[in-house]
Design a protein around this ligand. Structure first.
Ligand code: ATP
Length: 232
């Protein structure tokens, strides 16, 4: 299990997270929802060790890993796919994937396995990573994270701005890796994608958790809270 207990995080003097408690178990999807600026990306960065904990703690499989750096958490099986994807310029799609192998070695994820998960990437493997479409770049970013052999995958708005047909392909891929035992934290601003995947929901507002529930608890109330918060 990957977990934050009463996490606090700050940008300078501005506190972005207050007492955030959240967990994800192997083979489960925890959806982290909330409007722009609620602190969703900050929560993922705190899970990944990219944000220092100003209070509270981070736990991985029963061990306190509060002080570990992102590289150390990566070696222990945590991977983050950031919102901006961070595809390396000047490298082909396949070279982007191979870089992860250089840093993390062989393991359960191979080029063949990620190409089976995302057949489109096999077709586009020789193209410059940065020349891929938005949807292809998102697939590449997820595939590259998988090549680090994570047990926990943190996804920051993986379907934002993508065409519905691509969204469905990415949802299907996330469902497949969940079935393979991955613990997934899925950040989204709305409920469309989480509704298809999530076991648990956490609603963030102004850096605080204001609601949490299971898939059976999600109804119009959460929908209203989200649309009310985002001002629609
Ligand atoms: P979005 O969907 O826009 O990414 P979010 O829910 O992920 O929103 P965060 O990006 O975590 O929200 O931002 C939480 C708060 O921290 C916001 O008030 C934001 O302005 C602030 N913040 C985020 N990044 C920084 C930064 N690098 N420096 C200062 N403040 C920041």
């Amino acid at each position: 299990m990957l977990e934050l207990r009463n996490a606090e995080a700050c940008y300078g003097k501005a506190q972005a997270l207050h007492q955030v408690a959240l967990a994800v178990r192997p083979g489960q999807v925890t959806a982290l929802v909330g409007r722009n600026g609620a602190g969703k990306s900050t929560t993922l960065k705190t899970l990944m060790g990219q944000m220092r904990l100003a209070g509270g703690s981070r736990w991985l499989d029963g061990q306190d890993v509060s002080t570990l750096a992102p590289e150390q958490l990566s070696r222990r099986g945590v991977a983050l796919v950031p919102e901006d994807r961070q595809i390396f310029a000047g490298l082909s799609a396949e070279e982007n994937l191979q870089l992860a192998t250089v840093s993390h070695g062989a393991g359960p994820w191979t080029l063949e396995r990620v190409y089976t998960l995302f057949p489109r990437l096999r077709e586009r493997r020789s193209a410059q990573g940065t020349s891929l479409s938005g949807g292809e770049q998102q697939m590449l970013a997820i595939a590259r994270a998988l090549m680090t052999h994570p047990r926990y995958l943190l996804l920051d708005e993986p379907t934002e701005g993508l065409a519905p047909v691509i969204v469905e392909q990415i949802v299907a891929a996330i469902a497949e890796i969940r079935t393979a035992g991955m613990g997934i934290v899925l950040v989204e601003q709305n409920l469309h994608v989480p509704r298809q995947l999530a076991d648990h929901y956490v609603l963030l507002d102004s850096g605080r958790i204001t609601w949490r529930g299971g898939r059976d608890d999600v109804g119009d109330a959460l929908e209203d809270m989200l649309s009310g918060l985002s001002g629609h």
